[in-house]
Write a protein that binds this ligand. Structure first.
Ligand code: CA
Length: 231
């Protein structure tokens, strides 16, 4: 990974404005103005984050977001969109973007979101829970398919373990029920969204048995769930 931010934006003025602000905040950036050039560029270089415009010449932002998620699951993506309709935002979430910024935006807002997403995802890579004490830590024992909350075995089923594992890999990222379903069963068994809810409910109850005060698996109304170990 290098420490640049890739800006994919076909409006040169906007791209330049974002690049200027990022640079003032100490971030280097690269710029691509055509959708068809993105995957090729990513095959050569790994930025630390992608700012991705929705409407692009060539391959559009939604398709690119989906492709990036498939090939580079750990690469954070922030979508830039002039279409504020809720449908588009949700569609974007289905594709697994880390955040959204609606146009018109202030470059300051872009920098703030970039920082927040990097803090979240970088923290995940470096062990986001290092700030927490032993008693507050949730640890996965992958070989034993166990999750330990402050040293206590939560007694999870295989499906609950999978759910928790997927969410813990990307703290703060919102997962739709569809995305969670994909991870629950290796054989891609067809399950309903309600099945996801019921597994998450049991998982949350088991965590609440140990930590009644903490809400680390949060439900995001109308969208899905996220793992958020700290405020
Ligand atoms: Ca555009």
């Amino acid at each position: 990974m290098n420490d640049t931010i890739l800006i994919v934006e076909d409006e040169p003025k906007i791209a330049r404005l974002i690049a200027d602000y990022l640079s003032k905040s100490g971030y280097a950036s690269d710029h691509i103005d055509h959708g068809n050039a993105v995957m090729e560029w990513l095959a050569e270089q790994t930025p630390m984050l992608v700012l991705l415009d929705l409407m692009l010449p060539g391959t559009d932002g939604l398709t690119l977001c989906r492709q990036i998620r498939e090939r580079y699951p750990a690469l954070p993506v922030i979508m830039l969109t002039a279409r504020v309709e809720e449908v588009d935002r949700l569609l974007g979430l289905e594709l697994g973007a880390d955040d959204y910024i609606c146009k018109p935006f202030s470059p300051r807002e872009v920098v703030a979101r970039v920082k927040a997403v990097l803090r979240r995802t970088h923290g995940a890579a470096a062990g986001a829970e290092s700030e927490l004490s032993e008693e507050e830590r949730l640890v996965l024992d992958e070989d034993g398919w166990r999750a330990l909350a402050g040293g206590h075995d939560l007694g999870l089923t295989a499906v609950e373990f999978q759910l928790l594992k997927v969410m813990m890999q990307s703290p703060g990222r919102i997962f739709s029920r569809d995305q969670l379903m994909d991870h629950m069963y290796r054989d891609h068994r067809i399950v309903s969204e309600r099945t996801v809810d019921s597994h998450v409910k049991k998982l949350r109850r088991k965590i609440a048995d140990i930590w009644p005060e903490r809400d680390i698996i949060r439900s995001v109304y109308g969208v899905g769930y996220k793992y958020q170990p700290e405020e």
